[in-house]
Design a protein around this ligand. Structure first.
Ligand SMILES: *Cc1c(COP(=O)(O)O)cnc(C)c1O
Length: 374
């Protein structure tokens, strides 16, 4: 099956008892045992597994071309499960420019558990190679990465990681399994914030880890999920499954709209830089074209005249809501440095844009109107 079909049929959740075509939400926290003490449904207790979560996990694994998936209550909970497979004294290489929560986790939380880390320019494979230490056990990458749309070469990173005996992990949130399947490039684990495009409607928080192989490492992730308990509710899983059914079509439209908005901003005199991997002069364009099916719906731009003008644009649009997050049907715009806090390295005139599913001409008119007032 192709991605569009998998999104709908990898696990359709049809219910033989009621005849329901759409899966029911199973709120029961506990499941019946048979006379001999076994669990004929395969379900025991909802933290350990539940029909809605099982269906979501099967779908995510199928879309990524992986062997298994574990769903979490947030993207951050999924990242923590990955880091918690490591031991004190292990070393992680992570991107210097990435989702700020990933960097903050390593710096502010996990360093107290003696996890060592280096932040490097992941777009430069030599920098990754040079950061390898004898105790390097994981390379955690993100591509396209927050908020500079940095692209890293997944094949090159995988080779470097595996040569050093390290696991290679990718945060695939921005691309989604529709635009990029990192397992094709040798990556071991894929992480998602399902809060974003996978849910797709800005109304559910979630995360997932997908594994290329159902091995000891994945068993460890499963243990952390079910014993650690950072699991999504059945309703959250149901909403995510509903979102996934339209994900392939949404990603295509997000990408088409983003290219048009990026081109408009690129040509605008009040914009001094557009970061979008679909633009031919983006430093990661060639690699992105090789490893992605679509360039995605996220872009950043830098406004002429500094942070004041940037904030005026972010607060002055009518269709783009001034809010953080991404991946919903509605377009969002935000002044990223002020969201990331005091440690930010993001330029202060940078706006991060999640291009939604409105008509692209309406989005462009909205931006043109506010930019004309600067
Ligand atoms: C939002 C996001 C996260 C964190 O996910 P939550 O669901 O908010 O915990 C991680 N990585 C990326 C790239 C994100 O955009």
């Amino acid at each position: 099956m192709r991605l569009e079909t998998l999104a709908i049929h990898a696990d359709d959740g049809q219910d033989p008892h009621s005849g329901a075509v759409v899966p029911p939400i199973n709120l029961s926290t506990t499941f019946l045992r048979a006379e001999d003490g076994s669990y004929p449904s395969g379900n025991v207790y909802t933290r350990a597994g539940n029909p809605n979560r099982n269906g979501l996990e099967r779908t995510l694994a199928a879309l990524e071309g992986g062997a298994a998936a574990a769903a979490f209550a947030s993207g951050q909970a999924a990242s923590y499960a990955i880091f918690q497979t490591l031991q004190p004294g292990d070393h992680v290489i992570a991107p210097a420019v990435a989702y700020h929560g990933t960097i903050s986790s390593l710096r502010d939380v996990l360093s107290r558990w003696q996890l060592e880390f280096s932040l490097v320019d992941m777009a430069n494979p030599d920098a990754v190679r040079e950061a390898i230490r004898p105790n390097t056990r994981m390379i955690f990458s993100e591509t396209p990465a927050n908020p500079m749309l940095t692209i890293c070469d997944l094949e090159a990173i995988s080779e470097i990681g595996h040569a050093a005996g390290a696991l290679v992990v990718v945060d695939n949130t921005w691309a989604t399994p529709i635009a990029q399947n990192p397992f094709q490039f040798g990556v071991d684990l894929v992480m998602h914030s399902t809060t974003k495009y996978i849910g797709g409607h800005s109304d559910v928080l979630g995360g997932a880890v997908v594994a290329r192989e159902e091995n000891e490492l994945f068993e460890r992730i499963r243990l952390i999920q079910t014993i650690g308990g950072g699991v999504p509710s059945p309703f959250d899983c149901w909403l995510l499954q509903r979102g996934i059914r339209t994900l392939p079509y949404r990603m295509r439209a997000h990408s088409e709209n983003a290219i048009k908005v990026a081109q408009f901003l690129y040509d605008h005199p009040m914009i001094e830089g557009v970061l979008y991997p679909g633009l031919p002069d983006h430093p990661g364009h060639e690699i992105a074209a090789r490893q992605m099916r679509y360039f995605g719906g996220m872009l950043s731009c830098q406004v002429v005249g500094g942070p004041e003008n940037a904030r005026r644009v972010a607060s002055g649009t009518k269709l783009f809501a001034q809010a953080t997050s991404l991946g919903g049907t509605e377009s969002l715009i935000e002044h990223r440095a002020s969201v990331e806090g005091p440690h930010t390295t993001t330029p202060h005139n940078l706006l991060r844009v999640s291009v939604g599913l409105e008509h692209p001409d309406d989005l462009i008119e909205d931006l043109a109107t506010i930019l004309a007032t600067l």
